[in-house]
Design a protein around this ligand. Structure first.
Ligand SMILES: *Cc1c(COP(=O)(O)O)cnc(C)c1O
Length: 812
């Protein structure tokens, strides 16, 4: 950052907003526009429009020659507008040098750790933090500019993409406490080595009083302990300041200054665990007692990283932001709202700000000011504080409620009405705004399959808890991910570090790769024509008989790659579907050895024929025994270790002793425990829903539907629902066999199921046209339906037809 001679104490620099992006303009008279050059347009090209809207302060370079056209504006000329922005904000930070600031850097998780620290500390401090992931050369200055005299703690993130960038960020943030999250191994073209990357990032800490990091990463440890800055480390490493020991899932022991404390970490995946531990260490470093740390850490939730946009009732658009509530976040959300396409009136539903003990009146005056700047048409305050400060608000339409129950009541009773408006719901966790959203969300109009990704993760964690930590998990996403949509599932599985995915065909694997899935993938029934494609996309074919092996040899003979081709071998030990039998073994071994290092046998597996039925216990155990013998022979012959796997979902629960190196999880992930032993531990994933299309009163003697099968023997109320066998509502559910849930009660099918519709008896159920109908989900299990029509849950799940819209959601 070269030093310019600008005097930042002059009145020109006195402004609330530094504007980079003209779309984010909110308060023209209180804004300085910095003309930075983007990839497509120069910043200067926005000046006419901004001047028109009332902006009067501009920072430009000497290439801007038209200043004389803007009589009322002031222009500051500099050599580099970005540098000026950085210098200005560094100067601003210096004016507030007494504010302690935490700065977070590292390859991943800066934003989540920052948001979590904010969540953990907001009740004690008046925190100023980086909005969203504002951690760049521009984002950091904008973050720091928010600091004012009311704040007593700053939490900022800093990210770099090139060497030499961190020094700038350090000068702007001037942090007192540092936190290093982790280092990715991804190859960065702008850095020579991982070492250089760590060194560069560590420049953020050069004036810190202390730096928090995890000691279990040797390279980070080496680099950070060599800094001339005191450190505070955590980890399993014997010399960590805060030493941890994993006791069980979710549970660790923390040893600190000679004392040991138990601690529950509410996450099982490694990434979340690490992030939560950074927070534990930071709080310990801030001298919080361990009981406090424990109780706060337990309340951590996953954070949705972006605002959720949903269709609401009466042509409204809902934007949900339930995680936390602070001024910076409000501004971001308001600016998001103002960039929305719809030119609808804007409504803000807002909860009390549960921030440290600052001047509440001033705080809510500021909220009012922001609402006015972003043209909020209707303000709805929820909470006792807002109610008591109602007089500071002067918004065209405003309502106040003391709590969430009160506003819900007003909505239900029609006192509070919404129509054609953009509704931003922004509340602190405690206010449970999701309950308001529940009332405002648009009801469905057609058949849809809702997939709860939180439940997927929950179920994955359950199966993980049944296995030793080193056992890998392959998730089978064949048959559209058991009906749920494979890319969406694969994405969440990749995020949660599943080790392998299994698909039926090569095309499916390619599609996953094209959707950014990098997890290893096994292809169950590959066609030899697809070997080249599989190699290109790093898909591992299952080789299951001599013909396939011959095709593999032919392929290897013709191609010329240096890397070995990774394959999986299937042994048939009793399923009698695919796989080499023990009779084929010698030939298989000989020919694999001949292929030598042209191939790599990554895995060897078998499939149990009756893992879910105890009557087949001894058969299953014999299968497992035979498999063990075959694999150990093969491993010896090959001279290297392969991943051995034989258990499906049912097997994981019933034969944990046979988990070997990996298991193959299928239907269990979808919340169906086919053994019916651990069903309570799983959550249902998919909910199949439709709506009532019409309601009819029927008289005795009339009939319903095709072939006049539905006989009405007494006056009845019949609802026609929008689902039929073409959607996957099995025709065997006709004539009272099947039932659906309407307003919490079971309604039996009357007459034959039609192609697109079905009639159900709702004589005893209060219901209206448009009401939701649940076919399966939370209160009606897939297993029950399967039993009713004499099939298995797999068929129910996979026969929901592709014309049914899939909706994925996460509660966050
Ligand atoms: C489908 C499949 C699985 C998963 O089975 P679930 O019973 O759904 O857990 C495992 N292995 C193979 C080879 C499969 O085809």
């Amino acid at each position: 950052m070269p030093h310019s001679n600008l005097d930042f104490s002059t009145s020109f620099w006195n402004a609330e907003y530094l504007l980079i992006d003209s779309r984010q303009l909110s308060a023209p008279s209180n804004t300085i526009f910095f003309a930075l050059d983007g990839k497509k347009r120069t910043g200067q090209s926005f000046i006419p429009e901004l001047y028109e809207k009332g902006v009067r302060k501009f920072v430009v370079t000497s290439s801007f020659e038209k200043a004389y056209q803007y009589k009322e504006a002031t222009f500051i000329y500099t050599d580099n507008t970005l540098t000026t922005l950085q210098e200005l904000t560094a100067w601003h930070r210096k004016q507030h040098h007494e504010l302690p600031a935490i700065a977070i850097t590292g390859s991943n998780a800066k934003t989540i750790v920052k948001e979590w620290l904010y969540f953990l500390l907001e009740m004690d401090y008046n925190v100023v933090k980086s909005p969203k992931s504002y951690n760049s050369q521009i984002g950091v200055p904008l973050s720091v500019w928010q600091i004012n005299e009311k704040h007593d703690l700053g939490i900022f993130e800093a990210g770099i993409s090139q060497p030499d960038e961190m020094e700038n960020l350090e000068k702007i943030i001037q942090p007192n406490i540092g936190l290093f999250t982790n280092i990715g191994t991804a190859h960065d073209k702008d850095f020579d080595s991982l070492e250089q990357k760590i060194d560069e990032k560590a420049k953020l800490f050069k004036n810190c009083e202390i730096v928090v990091y995890c000691k279990d990463h040797p390279l980070i440890d080496e680099k950070l302990s060599a800094l001339e800055v005191p450190t505070f480390s955590w980890g399993e490493h014997p010399d960590a300041d805060l030493k941890i020991m994993k006791v069980a899932d979710y549970e660790i022991m923390v040893n600190y200054e000679g004392e040991t404390f138990p601690m529950n970490i509410p996450f099982l995946d490694d990434a979340s665990f690490e992030n939560a531990m950074h927070c534990v260490a930071m709080l310990a470093c801030l001298e919080y007692p361990f009981e406090t740390i424990h109780s706060r850490i337990n309340k951590l939730k996953r954070i949705p990283m972006r605002l959720e946009r949903k269709e609401g009732i009466n042509n409204t658009v809902l934007i949900n932001d339930f995680y936390n509530n602070d001024l910076g976040g409000l501004q971001i959300a308001l600016s998001f709202l103002s960039q929305n396409q719809e030119k609808y009136p804007r409504t803000l539903i807002f909860s009390d700000l549960l921030q440290g003990d600052q001047d509440k009146k001033a705080l809510y005056e500021r909220v009012n000011q922001l609402c006015n700047e972003y043209s909020i048409d209707r303000f709805i305050g929820v909470g006792e504080q807002l109610q008591s400060f109602a007089s500071v608000f002067n918004i065209r339409e405003q309502h106040f409620f003391s709590n969430t129950t009160e506003i819900r009541k007003a909505i239900k009773e029609g006192e509070l009405h919404f129509n054609k408006e953009l509704i931003l719901l922004k509340g602190a966790r405690q206010f449970e705004f999701e309950k308001i959203a529940g009332l405002l969300q648009k009801k469905i109009h057609s058949t849809q399959l809702e997939i709860n990704l939180d439940a997927v993760v929950h179920n994955l964690m359950f199966y993980r808890s049944q296995l030793s930590p080193q056992t890998k998990i392959m998730v089978m996403v064949k048959a559209l991910g058991y009906g749920s949509g494979k890319s969406e599932l694969a994405n969440i599985l990749q995020y949660h570090l599943v080790d392998y995915l299994g698909v039926a065909f090569a095309d499916e694997g390619v599609e996953l790769r094209e959707n950014g899935i990098r997890t290893p993938i096994m292809v169950l029934t590959p066609s030899p024509d697809a070997f080249e494609m599989m190699r290109m996309h790093q898909l591992e074919p299952e080789i299951y008989n001599i013909e396939m092996l011959t095709a593999l040899e032919d392929f290897i003979a013709e191609e010329n790659h240096d890397e070995p081709f990774a394959i999986q071998i299937n042994f048939d030990t009793g399923m009698h579907r695919l796989g080499f039998t023990s009779d084929n073994y010698d030939e298989l071994e000989e020919r694999l050895l001949k292929l030598g290092d042209k191939i790599e046998v990554k895995g060897v597996f078998t499939h149990l024929a009756g893992a879910d039925e105890s009557v087949h216990d001894s058969y299953s155990k014999e299968q497992i025994e035979e498999f063990k013998q075959l694999t150990s022979k093969l491993e010896n012959a090959l001279g290297y270790k392969v991943i051995k796997h034989c258990l499906n979902s049912a097997g994981i629960v019933r034969y944990p002793e046979a988990q070997m190196d990996m298991v193959r999880l299928g239907i269990g992930l979808h919340g169906v425990e086919v053994n019916q032993l651990k069903q309570e531990d799983l959550q249902p994933v998919a909910t199949l829903k439709t709506v009532i299309a019409q309601i009819k009163e029927m008289k005795t003697g009339q009939t319903v539907g095709y072939s006049r099968k539905g006989k009405v023997d007494a006056p009845k109320k019949i609802a026609t629902i929008g689902i039929g066998y073409a959607d996957g509502f099995d025709r065997r559910l006709s004539n009272g066999v099947g039932k659906v849930v309407i307003n919490g009660q079971l309604a039996p099918v009357i007459g034959n199921v039609c192609m697109d519709m079905t009639m159900v008896d709702i004589s005893d159920i209060p219901a209206n046209v448009g009401d939701e109908v649940i076919v399966f989900g939370e209160n009606r299990s897939i297993s029950t339906i399967a039993k009713e029509i004499g099939t298995i849950p797999y068929e129910i799940l996979t026969s929901v037809s592709s014309r049914v819209k899939r909706i994925y959601y996460m509660e966050g």
